[in-house]
Design a protein around this ligand. Structure first.
Ligand code: PMP
Length: 404
């Protein structure tokens, strides 16, 4: 039994009013709200534990280093990988840039890099940069008519085009559609293509076991998983990760420096130059522990029921077009009302205290493919309620009446 009212007590921000109305927060795909344990861990670190890591021999520094490295172990366990395969970055964007940069020496003119139309700009632009630098070519995995990446079609495409890199999303931020990535990753392994999975949206909802999935790289953002902003990370299969060229250089990542030459530490240290976001790692560790205490099946059932209820209510409104695949979805419901601009409805919804995202969702190629300027996206998390859905739909109906 999943007690959402009890859960909501852990998220202080959810009980506030916005524009004189109780907040209905339906923008968790942009960033999730944070439980008390994450907020408290941040202030406790600065109040009582603040010291730099990996440097001092004094007690505070050693404690901070221990907490920071324990965090790496906790998150590695969450993804079922080894701690030395987990690199901290400032987010999924930096993670993908780090990988694309690190792979440069392996890519040559004429090589193919496969991405898809479902990708967030963070999983498009770094590959374009790599292609420009190396003379490689970007190719797009096919989408189905209902805007999914069909595993069978993707595998055929990969076998035909033999890309060197396949970079795909585990779940689309704009639509929420889940990619059945296991068979695609299997095909990548068969042809020795390097696989990069963008897990920014999927990681919290799907809690992937990366050892079972068998991808080469998987990237995530802490702030979409109940953690603080300014932190993310990447999993990299250790041998491959260690072979990437370095991204940023400076203190901490080196083994030895002379005036003219430096040697680097093995991964993950070689990718963590400078002072890291220590407080964020420690707070994120609490977020992961919080997630681990929840019954994963109960959460998943609850999220599905809530999403289906929202789909049912939304689709009963005349003039609404739903663009998401509602069968396989992490909880991001994207829609438009007739040919109204999504910004107008989102602004009206805000006046009712309903927070949704509107626009192109950093997925302009997808918006072009859908032939829309943007969409309205209501994204759900396990702390949302049926009452949130009702308030959202009632506010939407009232907003539409104002527009019509
Ligand atoms: N990929 C996807 C699918 C995303 O949703 C996002 C964030 N909207 C990113 C990458 C980039 O994440 P961040 O902005 O946290 O670096």
């Amino acid at each position: 039994m999943f007690d959402v009212e009890k859960i909501r007590l852990d998220f202080p921000l959810l009980s506030q009013q916005v524009n004189g109305q109780p907040l209905v927060y339906l923008d968790s795909a942009a960033t999730s709200q944070k439980p008390h344990c994450v907020i408290n861990a941040t202030s406790a670190f600065y109040q009582n534990e603040n010291a730099n890591v990996h440097r001092g021999r004094h007690s505070l520094s050693e404690q901070a280093t221990h907490a920071y490295e324990q965090g790496r172990i906790t998150i590695a366990h969450f993804f079922a990988v080894h701690a030395n395969e987990l690199v901290w970055t400032k987010g999924a964007t930096e993670s993908i840039n780090l990988i694309a940069h690190g792979l440069q020496s392996r890519i040559k003119k004429g090589d193919k890099i496969a991405i898809s139309l479902l990708e967030h700009h963070a999983n498009i632009v770094p590959w374009q940069q790599l292609a420009q630098l190396t003379g490689a070519e970007i190719i797009a995995l096919p989408l189905t008519l209902d805007n999914r990446l069909d595993a069978h079609a993707c595998c055929e495409f990969i076998n035909t085009w033999q890309p060197k890199i396949v970079a795909i999303t585990h779940a689309s931020n704009a639509l929420g559609n889940i990619t059945d990535i296991a068979p695609i990753l299997n095909t990548c392994r068969q042809i020795s293509a390097i696989s990069v999975v963008d897990g920014a949206q999927a990681a919290m909802h799907l809690r992937p076991n990366l050892s079972n999935l068998g991808c080469d790289f998987y990237v995530f953002s802490a702030h979409k998983m109940l953690g603080p902003t300014g932190l993310g990370g990447l999993y990299g299969r250790h041998e491959l990760l260690n072979s990437l060229s370095v991204y940023q250089t400076g203190g901490e990542m080196i083994e030895h420096v002379s005036l003219t030459h430096s040697t680097f530490r093995p991964a993950p240290a070689k990718f963590e130059a400078g002072t890291p976001n220590i407080a964020a790692v420690i707070a994120f560790t609490q977020a992961i522990k919080y997630l681990q205490l929840l019954d994963v099946n109960a959460v998943s059932d609850y999220e599905k029921r809530l999403f289906n209820y929202a789909v049912k209510r939304l689709s009963s409104i005349d003039g609404i077009t739903i663009l998401s695949d509602c069968e396989h979805n992490i909880g991001n419901l994207s829609f438009n009302y007739r040919d109204e601009h999504p910004y107008d409805l989102a602004t009206l919804l805000d006046s009712y205290g309903v927070a949704v995202r509107s626009g192109h969702h950093c997925a302009q190629p997808l918006m072009s493919e859908l032939n829309v300027v943007g969409t309205i996206r209501a994204s759900f998390a396990f702390y949302n309620t049926q009452q949130d859905v009702d308030r959202f739909i009632d506010a939407l109906i009232a907003s539409i009446e104002l527009l019509d």
